[in-house]
Ligand binder design. Structure first.
Ligand code: ATP
Length: 379
């Protein structure tokens, strides 16, 4: 195979700008997979729009990879259907689904040059040589790899190799690209950099991407929507903002934001608010209006960044700052609340305005930032 000396002009938006693509790229209905007694994926359903960046996020063993592998065609579902661009692909072989893949292991062919690796999917499809040369050049340019076409994979860094793997998935413009922890093998700095690059390429080309990670921050940075998975179930499928500000379950509140939890009972409602009598302090906390019965026993969740430390006379509870740790732009504080079993509330406040150890403070929170759940809701 010829080596590629890649010198082509920069390419713009080969697949259209984000927002210009419309319609459903992929839908999954009632997807289920068991291994003996283990339910790896339980009735997963979702619709993904063209141009969307969707992430499967969850702890190890929650079913992310199994879901992705069923979509890819490497793992056969027990039941359910997978549709790509309106075509039922549930029983099709992986190569017949027309999807692109990028895995944690780069899986590049070591004996081929970068250009040949990227060209491979086009060569397989019998694309004419001059067209291959043009598209490989375009794709390497997009990924910032112009000039690397003649190198072998071993002559590249890990980050560069992963970019080549990305190019190989991009080069034939599949309707959907599947990525399984593609940055998992890289160090933090490189991961951060490649996250930005992947997002930029996805937006530039209007790509539809399904991405698997267990890293909350990565999911928040990259995604238009995130499916939070737990024990084979999709716990919530929403935008990063909704997941963070309106988590539907205590599990999601904790998984995305390491929420503070308090316990209490609904005392009464007003038009806009629900008032909760807290167990520990006996004080009233005002939450935005929730659909819960008066007297219901509830779990209260508030993200550390949404609590504020004010004057000791203020707030729904008072306490003493036990720890205050400076971490760059924020201070993480632990406030031991006055009262019975004295919970430790975790706060994150902008550095410079942070409380100091030993200080007496009152804790305030915007009612809109208080999430309530029935006490029996687990997680
Ligand atoms: N081939 C298999 N045989 C038996 N059990 C399996 C198999 N593959 C996955 N499982 C089980 O199915 C469940 C979901 O696994 P899966 O790999 O999808 O999780 P995951 O969220 O991708 O985890 P990780 O982040 O560790 O990759 C786990 O309990 C796992 O042990």
């Amino acid at each position: 195979m010829a080596e590629f000396d890649v010198v082509t002009p920069p390419v713009k938006a080969a697949g259209g700008k984000p927002g210009t693509t419309t319609g459903k790229a992929l839908s999954v209905v009632g997807l289920r997979k068991t291994y003996g007694d283990v339910v790896a994926v339980d009735e997963a359903s979702m619709e993904i729009a063209a141009g969307e960046f969707v992430t499967f996020l969850g702890a190890s063993g929650s079913g992310k990879t199994t879901t992705l592998m069923m979509i890819a065609g490497f793992c056969e579902p027990d039941s359910g259907t997978i549709t790509v661009g309106g075509r039922d692909v549930t029983r099709l072989a992986p190569q017949k689904r027309g999807l692109g893949f990028v895995f944690q292991q780069y899986l590049l062919f070591p004996h081929m040059t970068v250009g040949e690796n990227v060209a491979f999917p086009l060569t397989l499809r019998g694309v004419p040589k001059h067209e291959i040369r043009r598209r490989v050049g375009e794709t390497l340019e997009i990924a910032g790899l112009s000039g690397f076409g003649g190198r072998r994979p071993r002559e590249l860094s890990g980050g560069q190799q992963q970019r080549v793997a990305l190019c190989r998935a991009l080069v034939y413009r599949p309707p959907v690209i599947l990525m399984d922890e593609p940055l998992g093998a890289l160090d933090k700095k490189l991961r951060d950099q490649l996250q930005v690059e992947i997002k930029a390429i996805q937006q530039e080309l209007g790509l539809t991407v399904i991405y698997v990670t267990h890293d909350q921050e990565e999911a928040l940075v990259l995604s238009d929507r995130i499916a939070v998975m737990r024990n084979g179930l999709i716990e919530q499928f929403d935008t990063p903002r909704e997941l963070f500000e309106r988590p539907k379950t205590p599990f999601v509140a904790d998984f995305l934001g390491a929420a503070n939890f308090l316990h209490g009972r609904v005392e009464r409602h007003t038009d806009a608010h629900t008032l909760v009598r807290l167990d520990t302090t006996g004080s009233l906390l005002t939450a935005r209006r929730h659909d819960l019965a008066t007297g219901a026993v509830v779990k209260v969740a508030v993200q550390p960044g949404r609590l504020h430390a004010g004057a000791p006379s203020d707030g729904f509870c008072q306490g003493t700052v036990e720890t205050a740790t400076y971490v760059g732009t924020i201070v993480r504080a632990g406030v031991r609340v006055d009262g019975g079993d004295a919970p430790l509330l975790r706060l994150e406040v902008p550095a410079g305005r942070g409380p100091v150890g030993g200080e007496r403070v009152g804790i305030t929170v915007d009612p809109d930032d208080v999430n309530l759940y029935p006490a029996e809701q687990d997680g």
